[in-house]
Design a protein around this ligand. Structure first.
Ligand code: NCD
Ligand code: ZN
Length: 337
């Protein structure tokens, strides 16, 4: 059996910089035609020049592949209209992180009052720049996403023309909120479709499955699967593939992030096939995102074949999701169909 995906896109991706960028970017570029690239570098991407030069480094690292990095800026409450108007050409979205909530987010937002956020959000809304949000409070870890929902609702109501992407949703509550507001959309990761918190800490602790937001309960996973499997118009695939060196994951203080880029499409095909909805994968990994963002990625066909392979233990010094395990689908190397 085979499946051809047209221009699959990863709408939430961490590519890092330097050696890590050079190691991981080709893996995404091989399987995807475009990706929304997160700005949480050190220091974060906050200027036109930083976005342009980061894009150049990504293109350099992915030379030879048809792959478009869609750049983002790290949200600041005081970006002004003129600046955003200029930078709009170079970016696909702006990513908002609450301060300190995840990897490299120290410079994020502390004050979530509409008054504080309004200058940037008003300009974004006028200019049609989508807002991507890491929606977690600093409350109890299992409740962080649900506690953030009133903030999503406030922003969605006040800025009805602003497209708001709830990144990497993990809960039934988030799915319900998403469906309540016309201008809310969401990305869903591979790992949150596969695992629950039990897989992370229910038996032996699995550091390579530890990420933010943490995986939740079976009923949450079920709610995510429901909208992903039907490829609901408001959801799209965003891997949140977030590589950390093995030494940072297998450590007393384990860094948050699952590295899934090289296994994402085969593992999605396996999951969608098991649910008997393989025909909806194209919408989930590309068509919905094209509509939501209003963009056309490079035309690229990626061929998946139903043939098992063993996922490598490592890619360089990074351990992927499903390391050492068998997957039932693989990307055909000589794709170019
Ligand atoms: C991401 C990272 O490592 O950059 N980590 C994660 O656990 N998902 C940041 C993020 O998206 O929260
Ligand atoms: Zn992320």
């Amino acid at each position: 059996m085979r499946l051809i995906l047209c221009s699959p896109m990863d709408m939430h991706l961490h590519l890092r910089d330097g050696n890590m960028l050079r190691a991981v970017a080709p893996l995404s570029a091989k399987n995807f035609s475009a990706a929304i690239v997160m700005p949480n570098l050190i220091p974060p991407v906050t200027s036109e020049q930083m976005a342009q030069s980061y894009k150049k480094r990504i293109l350099e690292a992915t030379k030879g592949e048809d792959f478009e990095p869609l750049m983002t800026l790290f949200f600041k409450s005081d970006y002004n209209y003129d600046f955003l108007k200029r930078v709009k050409e170079d970016i696909a979205a702006i990513k908002l992180y609450p301060a300190g909530i995840t990897t490299n987010s120290q410079g994020g937002v502390e004050n979530f009052s509409l008054e504080a956020l309004a200058p940037t959000l008003e300009a974004m809304s006028e200019l049609g720049i989508p807002l991507c949000v890491h929606g977690e409070t600093s409350g109890f870890v299992m409740d962080r996403e649900a506690e953030f929902i009133p903030i999503y609702e406030r922003i969605a109501k006040r800025f009805p023309n602003l497209k708001i992407i709830m990144e990497h949703i993990t809960t039934k509550a988030a799915v319900e909120a998403l469906l309540r507001y016309e201008n809310l959309y969401a990305t869903i990761t591979l790992h949150h479709l596969y695992i629950t918190l039990d897989d992370v800490i229910g038996g032996l602790m699995r550091p390579h499955l530890f990420c933010k937001p943490v995986a939740k309960r079976p009923e949450d996973r079920m709610a995510l699967r429901k909208v992903a499997f039907m490829a609901h118009d408001k959801v799209m695939f965003g891997s949140d593939s977030a590589p950390h060196p093995r030494s940072a994951k297998e450590a007393p203080g384990c860094a948050a992030g699952v590295f899934s880029a090289p296994v994402a499409l085969p593992a999605l095909a396996q999951l969608f096939e098991a649910a008997d909805v393989l025909e909806n994968l194209q919408k989930f990994v590309s068509d919905n995102a094209q509509k939501i963002y209003g963009l056309t990625p490079p035309a690229k066909k990626v061929k998946l074949i139903k043939k098992s392979w063993r996922v490598p233990d490592r890619y360089g010094n990074v351990v992927p999701m499903f390391a050492g395990e068998e997957l039932g689908w693989r990307v055909d190397e000589d794709t170019a169909a």
